[in-house]
Write a protein that binds this ligand. Structure first.
Ligand SMILES: O=C(O)CCC(=O)C(=O)O
Ligand SMILES: [Fe+2]
Length: 356
């Protein structure tokens, strides 16, 4: 059976695109990380330190819908949110808040280590799990104000390198979280597939997923001396069916909405953010948007987030599930094959499998 690790191994990165900067040693923004000139006017490209009170920056700008999983209309509401935004916040999601907090605590414990300690868990060029820059880094001329720790399967061999005698807590917390994310993902996949009226034979894999299909990404955005010139995570769509995201109390995530531009997603206590990835966009024949998102940074607050990428099995073939195949906007594509296309072509990947 094909695995996500295998898909990554086939597209190794250059070390230059893996090793993060030692952010703790900097008091000015190096040119390598300067995305904007001092007078550039993307007003939304950073997070004002005093703008953290849960209301929209520009008043009147809509924000992604909040959906209660216990609402009898949750499925329809999710469908509308995916059509209009490609994203929503989910409450009553069934994942224990303390399990989420424990993973955030572990993420902080890891990222707060001195750089030389973190480098012990550096991802290898063809590796899936480990510490390093964002995988999208090679596609941008500048580096991002960000460090990540990716986990595919068990993190134990990396955790042992960092905490030879105390790795178990990290592994246990991650494992509990993985199980909870798998369970929630299965529930959400069933709801979304029911809404899309996907035939039974096409959803046989749902529920039989093992942890090889999912990946956890711990993200850290250090305080930035010039937030308005830096970029936390550059605009991208996720190579997933959908992504479940927890952001700490610090703002930063923005979703692009036509007509509105970049819209901030304010942290909502006890909610998880769900946004669509490329595979759901393909399967829904573009009925569901593919959430273009980015992260902005701020001067005085560190920001942490935990993303769970939910994928179909790697040896599965996705295609738009439409009645008349002439209407299909994308060709059939293997999940592993698509990971390869994305690794080589990034933002062009969807247009490369487009039928028009
Ligand atoms: O930190 C965030 O809020 C978003 C992270 C993200 O987009 C990713 O890990 O792909
Ligand atoms: Fe993302």
């Amino acid at each position: 059976m094909a695995t996500l690790s295998e898909a990554y191994r086939e597209h190794p990165l250059h070390l230059r695109h893996i090793i993060p900067l030692d952010f703790s040693s900097l008091s000015t923004l190096p040119d390598s990380h300067a995305w904007f000139q001092p007078h550039d006017h993307d007003h939304n490209n950073h997070q004002d330190d005093d703008d953290d009170h849960g209301h929209d920056r520009d008043g009147g700008i809509p924000s992604i819908p909040i959906i209660d999983l216990a609402d009898p209309n949750a499925m329809e509401l999710m469908g509308m949110a995916c059509e209009n935004w490609g994203a929503f916040q989910l409450k009553n999601h069934g994942v224990s808040v303390s399990d989420i907090e424990e993973v955030e605590k572990e993420a902080k414990r890891f990222f707060d280590l001195p750089t030389e300690q973190k480098l012990k868990a550096l991802r290898s060029p063809g590796g899936a799990t480990g510490y390093g820059r964002a995988r999208i880094s090679p596609f941008f001329p500048k580096f991002m104000w960000h460090e990540g720790f990716t986990i595919v399967g068990s993190p134990s061999s990396d955790a042992k390198k960092i905490w030879p005698n105390h790795y178990q807590t990290f592994c246990d917390k991650i494992e509990i979280f993985q199980k909870q994310m798998n369970a929630l993902s299965e529930k959400l996949t069933r709801m979304m597939f029911n809404l899309l009226e996907i035939p039974e034979e096409e959803k046989k894999w749902v529920g039989s997923t093992n942890s090889n299909n999912g990946a956890i990404q711990l993200n850290f955005y250090p305080c930035c001396p010039e937030p308005n010139r830096a970029m936390g995570l550059a605009p991208h769509t996720d190579t997933s069916l959908f992504t479940i995201l927890h952001q700490s109390e610090t703002n930063g995530l923005q979703i692009f909405k036509e007509g509105n531009g970049w819209v901030q997603v304010n942290p909502n206590p006890n909610s998880l953010i769900v946004h669509t990835g490329d595979f759901l966009h393909i399967i829904s024949n573009a009925r569901f948007k593919c959430a273009l998102h980015r992260v902005v940074v701020n001067r005085n607050k560190k920001r942490y987030s935990v993303a769970y990428f939910h994928n179909p099995p790697l040896d599965y073939v996705v295609s738009p599930l439409v009645v008349n195949s002439n209407d299909a906007r994308f060709r059939r594509v293997g999940v592993k094959e698509y990971f390869g296309i994305k690794a080589k072509n990034f933002g062009e990947a969807l247009s490369l499998i487009s039928t028009s």
